[in-house]
Design a protein around this ligand. Structure first.
Ligand code: A3P
Length: 276
């Protein structure tokens, strides 16, 4: 808070709540939390701590834009407000609502190998339910059609990884240049590279450097050396979990299932990911 006062005195501007100029729309389990927390390190980026679920939830949406705006952190004119709600990615109503708020909003999506995302999603759902049955059999029961043995495209975790279905809805309303896609697999191993691309996309100077992050051997992930309001920080234990043990056979089946879907995505976004 003292920092804010310092700046107020310095240039006479008062921080206000602003609607986000950029939104991280998902997808869930692709590294959305790491992305927003790393971006928060930038002095010109501000974000609310919680997921807003504004555009995707009718009850929230009915509260109106002013309600939404007031939930945003205080910011200065040279700062960009970003919120992340992975739900927006799959929500059918969100693209038009976001467009109505600001048709030139900068959209950020983060994607990861579709099969890895499915398994991460399944692992998370089991953890939420405190399920003890996080077994290969339980997964196959959900992921496969019992009659045919084929992949079940209606299983929610699989549906989300059919990225083109969801991206297509956003690109019906927003030009491709307004959508930046972060490589979630690369964010894990080379976060700085991905963060710099986002800084460029947002027209911000590069202020997140290799001093901002360090590789934490115990966690096996990158952590933040210090945050805006505190000392060093890793993401919570629910990020970077050990995945459920899924057989090679079904992983291969999923990979094969996703191949044509990935191709449709690459065509839509005019970019390829080197997914196996
Ligand atoms: P896993 O838990 O499956 O490994 P989200 O925040 O969208 O739910 O995504 C969670 C995923 O972020 C984790 O999935 C993890 O792989 C990934 N991730 C990327 N960078 C990370 C980091 N620095 N620390 C922890 N998890 C990170």
């Amino acid at each position: 808070e003292e920092g804010l006062l310092e700046r107020d005195r310095y240039n006479g501007t008062v921080p206000v709540h602003r609607l986000p100029q950029s939104i991280i729309i998902g997808a869930r389990k692709c590294g959305t939390r790491a992305l927003i927390e790393f971006l928060e390190l930038h002095p010109q980026i501000n974000s609310p701590t919680d997921e807003m679920h504004f555009f995707s939830n009718d009850t929230n949406y009915k509260m109106g834009l002013d309600w939404y705006r007031k939930k945003m952190p205080l910011s200065y004119p040279d700062q960009i407000t970003i919120e992340k709600t992975p739900r927006y990615f799959i929500s059918k109503i969100s693209p038009s609502r976001v467009h109505r708020m600001n048709s030139s909003v900068k959209l950020i999506a983060i994607l990861r190998h579709p099969t890895t995302r499915v398994i991460s999603d399944y692992t998370q759902i089991c953890a939420n339910k405190m399920a003890k049955n996080e077994t290969a059999e339980a997964f196959e029961y959900l992921a496969l059609n019992r009659q045919t043995g084929h992949i079940n495209p209606e299983y929610r975790a699989i549906k989300i990884s059919m990225y083109h279905l969801h991206i297509a809805r956003w690109l019906e309303l927003f030009p491709l240049k307004q959508l930046h896609i972060v490589d979630g697999d690369n964010l894990i191993v080379n976060p700085l590279e991905e963060i710099r691309k986002v800084e460029t996309f947002l027209n911000l100077p590069h202020r997140i450097s290799k001093d901002s992050l360090y590789f934490n051997n115990t966690r096996g992930f990158y952590c933040m050396r210090k945050t805006k309001n505190g000392p060093e920080k890793c993401l919570g234990a629910n990020k970077g979990r050990k995945h459920a043990n899924i057989s090679e056979k079904i992983i291969h089946k999923l990979d094969k299932f996703f191949k044509p879907h990935n191709e449709r995505l690459f065509k839509l976004i005019k970019r390829r990911f080197r997914w196996r």
